[in-house]
Design a protein around this ligand. Structure first.
Ligand SMILES: O=C(O)CCC(=O)c1ccccc1C(=O)O
Ligand SMILES: [Mg+2]
Length: 333
C-alpha cells in the first residue's frame, strides 16, 4: 500500500534578500511525504524565482501527476528521472524516494562554508567559531561583483592577510567585464591568490572567465554553466570545481552522474543550496556527506529565512514550523 501527501509552504524571508534583482519576501515550495508499509520519505520541491525555469504551479501539477503514477505502482526513480525539464520536481521526488528506500544515509556533513557578505567584522566573528579541517584551514564564501571590483579586491586581500588559516571561495555570478575582473585581480597580490580556492563564474562568458584565470592564476569554478544545455564536465586549466545545486539541476541520479564525472576529471564537486528550507538543507547536508565527503558544501542559507520547516538544522534557534501548520494541497486516494 502506497500513500502520498503534498503540502505547500510559504516561509517569511529576512528583509532585504534580493535574488537576481528581485526581492524575495517569502520562500514558497512544496513538501511531499510518501508512505509505504511502515516506511516514510520526504522531499522538497522549491523552484527558485528568477533562477528556475519552472514556476511553482507547474511544478505542483507535475508532482501530483508523478505521485499518482507512483501510488499505482510505478517506480519513483523512473518517474523522477522523466522530469528532467523540471529539475526541482526531479530532485524533490528522487529525495523522497531515496529516503523511503533507506538509500540516503542519515549522517549530515557538519562542515559548511559560511556565506559572508563582505563585512569583515561579521566574518571574523563567524570564522572564530568555525572548525578547521585536518590542516587547521577554514573555508568561507564571499559574494563579489555587487559593488566596485577594486573594493572587492581590497576586501579579499585584507581578509586573507588578517587570517592566515583562511581560504576563500568567491562568487561573482558572471557579473564582471574583463576590465572589472582585471581591476579585482590587480588588488590581490600574487602570493595571496592561491588561497582563493576558486571564484565562481567571474565573467559573463566562459571564455572570458578562462582568460581571467589564465592571466591572473586565480582558479575558477562553474556554477551557472553546469545547468546550460550542452555542458559537459571537463578538466581544463584553471578550473577547480563545479557547483551542483540539486534543486536547479535535477534528480539525485543526475547529480550523482555529475559528481562522478567531476571526480573522474580531478575536479571538486560542491553541493550547494538553492535556498531550500531546513528540510531540504538537511537533506543536502546528508547528500554532501554521502557523495562528496571531502568537499565542504555551500549550504549557509538558512538564516535568510525566519523559520525552519519540519526538521531542525543543527544549532539553529529559528522557530520550527511543523506539519500541522502546513496547507495540505493534495493526497492520494
Ligand atoms: O553556494 C553557496 O554557498 C550558497 C548558495 C548561493 O550562493 C546561491 C543560492 C541560490 C541562488 C544563487 C546562489 C549563488 O550562487 O549566487
Ligand atoms: Mg554562484
Amino acid at each position: 500500500m502506497r500513500r502520498a501527501t503534498v503540502y505547500r509552504y510559504s516561509l517569511p524571508m529576512e528583509a532585504g534578500v534580493v535574488l537576481r534583482n528581485q526581492r524575495l519576501k517569502t520562500r514558497d515550495g512544496l513538501l511531499v511525504s510518501l508512505w509505504q508499509d511502515d516506511k516514510t520519505g520526504w522531499g522538497e520541491i522549491a523552484p527558485l524565482p528568477g533562477v528556475s525555469q519552472e514556476a511553482l504551479p507547474q511544478a505542483q501539477d507535475a508532482v501530483q501527476h508523478g505521485l499518482s503514477q507512483w501510488v499505482q505502482g510505478a517506480s519513483l526513480t523512473a518517474v523522477a528521472s522523466a522530469f528532467s525539464s523540471l529539475p526541482s520536481v526531479a530532485f524533490g521526488l528522487s529525495c523522497a524516494d531515496a529516503e523511503l528506500r533507506g538509500e540516503l544515509p542519515e549522517v549530515m556533513s557538519l562542515r559548511c562554508a559560511p556565506l559572508c557578505h563582505g563585512d569583515p567584522n561579521e566574518l571574523y566573528a563567524r570564522l572564530g567559531e568555525l572548525p578547521g579541517d585536518l590542516f587547521g584551514q577554514k573555508v568561507a564564501k564571499v559574494k563579489v561583483g555587487l559593488y566596485e571590483s577594486v573594493g572587492d579586491g581590497l576586501n579579499v586581500s585584507m581578509l586573507l592577510e588578517a587570517l592566515p588559516e583562511l581560504r576563500l571561495r568567491l562568487d561573482a555570478n558572471r557579473s564582471w567585464t574583463p576590465v572589472k575582473a582585471e581591476g579585482f585581480a590587480r588588488h590581490v597580490a600574487p602570493e595571496l591568490r592561491s588561497r582563493i580556492a576558486f571564484i565562481e563564474e567571474p565573467c559573463l562568458t566562459r571564455e572570458q572567465s578562462r582568460d581571467f584565470s589564465r592571466t591572473t592564476g586565480i582558479k575558477i569554478a562553474w556554477d551557472e554553466s553546469v545547468r546550460e544545455p550542452g555542458f559537459t564536465v571537463q578538466a581544463e586549466p584553471g578550473l577547480a570545481a563545479i557547483i551542483i545545486k540539486p534543486t536547479l539541476t535535477g534528480s539525485l541520479l543526475r547529480c550523482r552522474q555529475l559528481i562522478a564525472q567531476a571526480h573522474a576529471a580531478g575536479l571538486e564537486a560542491v553541493i550547494s543550496s538553492s535556498i531550500e528550507s531546513s528540510l531540504g538543507l538537511t537533506q543536502l547536508a546528508r547528500i554532501a556527506q554521502w557523495l562528496t565527503p571531502d568537499a565542504v558544501p555551500g549550504l549557509d542559507t538558512l538564516d535568510l529565512m525566519q523559520a525552519q520547516l519540519i526538521r531542525q538544522w543543527p544549532g539553529s534557534t529559528l522557530p520550527l514550523t511543523d506539519v500541522s501548520q502546513l496547507e495540505k494541497v493534495w493526497q492520494s486516494k
